[in-house]
Ligand binder design. Structure first.
Ligand SMILES: [Zn+2]
Length: 317
């Protein structure tokens, strides 16, 4: 399990956090597309219940409303599974709330047999810890899922980031360019991206580094410069302009963020397709993508997602 449900405090009146798991259930089910009909209220067995609505499209196109009585049980701290004695009078409770079915929302797993017996009593569905985790973790880049993850499981989130930040080793990519070099021990690429002026590794300070497309006559990209910000990029810029060329620069750190990496790759491929790159510039740009791939083969972090949203909002992509 990646999500540690123990991060959500146990029901305890004294701490004022007694509703945290129910609150999580409410937010999670809203994210899953259920309408919240009734907020959590204390149920007959002392457990908290809420009522949610699911709209099902019929074959004739009309909508059928299904009301679920949701029972929340937060046993993660004891690790206890949910058994029959934890859910009493299920059928009666469903009727009492004028619902169509019963939904168990649990931070552990149901005991074997419990869910089978449950289905014999009424229409039922269960969200247990594993199912909930699947809907939070395997939903690629969904901001709502990320929000739930970060908000309710901050420690698990940090661990998950370390896991997913583990880098892929990209090596032996030279054959992509020149088959004659496959048996040559000399790599086509340097494992580092070094500043073309001072030789400093751009990975050491990504936010203080840029890459610059040098555009010559007929809009052809004749070179790609790797540069540290400040002196080196000023010197380089002067050279480029002196030669009558134009420079377009990009933040190196944006190539280390999954979303912006994809956008830049897309732009690169389009430009290549239109014949805008010279051989030299093509190799240098492709090298950037190859070397940075290891950093982006993962989920974006919350901060990266936020920056991406801002760039999108302001039309800067
Ligand atoms: Zn430099």
């Amino acid at each position: 399990m990646i999500l540690d449900f123990k991060e959500i405090p146990q029901a305890n009146k004294a701490t004022g956090e007694q509703d945290k798991f129910e609150l999580f259930a409410r937010e999670f089910l809203a994210y899953m597309g259920y309408n919240i009909v009734e907020d959590p209220s204390r149920g007959a067995d002392g457990g908290k219940d809420l009522v949610v609505e699911e709209l099902l499209t019929q074959k004739d196109g009309s909508l059928q409303s299904i009301k679920w009585l949701v029972s929340c049980k937060h046993y993660a701290h004891s690790g206890k599974s949910i058994s029959d004695t934890d859910e009493l009078n299920v059928g009666d409770r469903v009727k009492q709330h004028q619902c169509d079915g019963f939904m168990g929302f649990y931070s552990t797993l149901p005991s074997s047999g419990f869910s089978q017996r449950l289905h014999s009593v009424c229409n039922a569905t269960i969200y247990d810890s594993e199912k909930i985790e699947r809907f939070i973790i395997t939903t690629n880049n969904n901001p709502q899922a990320l929000n739930l993850f970060v908000r309710f499981f901050p420690i698990s989130w940090k661990k998950y980031l370390t896991l997913t930040n583990e880098q892929v080793q990209v090596n032996d990519t030279k054959h992509l360019f020149d088959t004659k070099q496959v048996n040559d021990n000399k790599p086509l690429f340097d494992a580092k991206i070094k500043c073309d002026i001072c030789g400093k590794d751009l990975f050491e300070a990504p936010r203080k580094s840029i890459y610059v497309l040098v555009v010559g006559e007929k809009d052809i990209i004749i070179d790609v410069k790797y540069l540290t910000k400040g002196e080196c990029d000023i010197v380089s810029s002067q050279q480029i302009r002196k030669n009558g060329n134009v420079d377009y620069w990009g933040e190196f750190s944006d190539l280390l963020s999954p979303n912006t990496w994809m956008i830049e790759l897309n732009r690169f491929i389009k430009d290549v397709n239109q014949g805008k790159y010279t051989e030299n510039a093509f190799k240098k740009m492709l090298n950037l993508f190859m070397q940075t791939f290891a950093y982006v083969a993962r989920q974006p972090s919350a901060q990266e997602q936020a920056r991406f949203n801002t760039l999108k909002e302001f039309g800067l992509l």
